[in-house]
Design a protein around this ligand. Structure first.
Ligand code: LIP
Length: 258
């Protein structure tokens, strides 16, 4: 069966990123999936483009996409798509968002591409071969002490009501590290760990499409990426996640209340 190459994902991510870039400062049609969980017409346009490309070139493959849900096909070949990761930022004109495309073969993500069109930064990874930013190899930061680390996290869309609001973790780690940032895009958070910009990222409730591609980028750059309990699988729905170099990973995990 026809399977994609990393170059195929790069092309699709760049083209979808152009859709995001072209629509960035237009007036958006914003719909609400929840109190603070929104979607714009550009999310739909980006996702329609990506799904169209997959169904044209890989018609028998399965797809899991944030806005369209699951499109069943041969489950040995699964595409996991976030058409805009950082949708709230995008809707408010904050230039911190990306498109995320992952391909999984027999349940394991093998190819990933995360594209930030505002910075023209394309993060890519191929399992067992490495991770790159615009073609340059990536390597995680080597900080091993929390007090010398810059961390990043995020908060769920049910923040107003959930008991798992991550606030205790945020305060605790903010007082043990050089700081904890909240960018609003899980995919960029995790890619920035891979790039050594952040030393660690955790979040208590992310979706597979937020982190499938960026998790591979971080892993192939040398990070240990698990759920927040240290279990290997982090692609359940929804799932916690923790990524950092192996030494710091253990130190962050020891402080988290999940
Ligand atoms: C977002 C994540 C972010 C998380 C938000 C939301 P979206 O994804 O990237 O890290 O904190 O709750 O899940 O909705 O922009 O694709």
């Amino acid at each position: 069966m026809h399977i994609p190459t990393l170059a195929d994902l790069e092309r699709m991510a760049r083209q979808a990123g152009q859709i995001l870039y072209d629509g960035y400062e237009t007036n958006h049609q914003v719909d609400f999936k929840g109190e603070i969980d929104l979607v714009t017409e550009i999310d739909h346009a980006s996702e329609a483009y990506i799904i169209g490309e997959i169904q044209l070139h890989y018609p028998e493959h399965s797809i899991l996409a944030e806005e369209s849900g699951s499109l069943e096909g041969n489950d040995g070949h699964l595409w996991i798509i976030d058409p805009i990761d950082g949708t709230v930022n995008y809707a408010h004109g904050v230039p911190m968002f990306c498109v995320s495309i992952a391909y999984a073969y027999q349940g394991k993500v093998t190819l990933g591409a995360v594209y930030d069109p505002m910075r023209n930064e394309l993060f890519t990874a191929e399992r067992g071969k490495g991770a790159w930013l615009n073609g340059r190899p990536l390597k995680v930061a080597q900080a091993t002490e929390l007090k010398r680390s810059l961390l990043v996290t995020g908060f769920p869309y049910d923040l107003w009501s959930t008991k798992q609001d991550n606030m205790t973790n945020f305060e605790k780690l903010a007082k043990m590290s050089q700081g904890v940032r909240r960018l609003g895009s899980a995919a960029l958070d995790l890619c920035y760990v891979g790039a050594g910009r952040f030393d660690g990222y955790w979040e208590l409730s992310v979706k597979a499409w937020d982190v499938a591609a960026a998790g591979l980028v971080a892993e192939e750059a040398g990070a240990k990426v698990t759920n927040a309990r240290g279990e290997a699988s982090y692609l359940g729905l929804p799932q916690s996640i923790l990524g950092a170099n192996p030494i710091l990973h253990e130190k962050i995990m020891a402080e988290l209340t999940v």
